[in-house]
Design a protein around this ligand. Sequence first.
Ligand code: DGY
Length: 342
Amino acid sequence: MYTEQKIMKVFITRRIPQEGLKILSQAGVCKVLMWDSDEPVSRAELLKGVAGAHGLLCLLSDKIDTEVLDAAGPNLKVISTLSVGFDHMAMDEIKKRQQLLLCRPLHVLCRGVRVGYTPGVPTDATAELTVALLLATARRLPEGMVEVINGGWSTWKPLWLCGYGLSGSTVGVIGLGRIGMAIARRLKPFGVKKLLYSGRTDKSYAAEVEGEYVPLDTLVSESDFVVVSCALTPDTQGLCNKDFFCKMKNTAVFINTSRGAVVNQEDLYQALSSGQIACAGLDVTTPEPLPTDHPLLTLKNCVVLPHIGSAIYSTRGIMAELSANNLLAGLQGTDMPSELKF
Ligand code: DGY
């Protein structure tokens, strides 16, 4: 006697690390269709690729909205994102589909569209990158390199390319979650005097870094370094705006490695160009990629990176493995290693 195995369709929106592909091909439960390129899939190809799929493995740059869910159709059981952030997915729409499916007759064994993500995996990589970006911005490393290359380095000058140091400083972390805490742990040994944090709730684990829970206004006005590490939600969208930058010290450094939309970029441009704040380091922007003629890129006191927080080979490999395992569990209706509960 043999059981007929139903092969399910999976669409992957980009070339992903081999570690993830290997897991999917060895599992033998799905037929994988992958957009085999490092460049993003076009909207038309995404809609075509996802049609009739049981599983979708996507990236943070793919907008997973009603149109994509409709294009996938009723087969869709699982969306697995190769990211810790999930603001690129229309969670309300996905939730609605879960509720609709739950209303179906009970003999239809279907749990709705489940979502997998990769929390925890990029924590260390993102925290390291945040520290690197903070130091590069505050100590003006990109400017210094340009001066060396362009022949601007004529002699040693006492105030040339001076910046700001962490020793004896006050650092404010907005969002002391997993990544925020990993950043705080790494910054403390630089001689940070005071570590402030703000967010929805006081965190007992903040004691490890002697973190002081303060209202956002206090953090913004007292910090020498403001580090944004919160998730993008309706509450945090545009949080760093004119009002916010006006409260910062003129000598303060602003760092964002969470999501671009937490910042009002026009207001940030004004704050940087008017000297309202000293400098900014961004690993995330709106949009991504940031157009090369964007005003922020004309500023010497703004360091912009192309969203590389988790870009360490091993980290991306583990993220791909976890996304593949989340996807398989969603296809097979078993427990996911990292399921997003919403
Ligand atoms: C994520 O996984 O959401 C990060 O932004 C990647 O760097």
